[in-house]
Design a protein around this ligand. Sequence first.
Ligand code: ZN
Length: 186
Amino acid sequence: MYLDEILEHNKQFVEAKHYEPHQTSKLPNQKSVILTCMDTRLIELLPAAMNIKNGDVKMIKNAGGVITGPYDSVVRSLLIAINVLQAEEVLIIGHKDCGMQKLDPSFVMEQMSQRQVENKDFQAVADAGIDIKEWLAGFETVEQSVESSVDILKKHPLMPAHIPVHGLVISPETGELSLVARGYGE
Ligand SMILES: [Zn+2]
């Protein structure tokens, strides 16, 4: 299992004190918080392309780098970054060639069925008041998705007006950033 490889490496990592170059405080040096996608190509490319080092920023990741609703867990994390961890600027960064673009919820449900999820299980989700197709749905274009996330945050009653919320799109190949929306704050 991959877990065993990790644990083996980790023992050596700690013993050899390879953590030392990474040591820093929990407050972000750059006083900002980033929301982006969990895409594997961005793990090292995004920080490198933005000159972000360990300790510089708070980073939140999910599938697509999206805010799905004003009270989802991303918004909660953003508000904690701002109110408790001194973040003063928000960057929402989608990317080209994202797996969430035009993701078909029916496809995801078929995959779930192949992994022993049954109709009664889908029914339990519906009974809990969740529209599963809406819940699993991807987005049309990355620019629209970024704009929608920025919009949810800017209209949020708990979001401080002076915090700028920027929207960007990054290339997963070159790391090039394009600005979708520049936030000014008030
Ligand atoms: Zn993605």
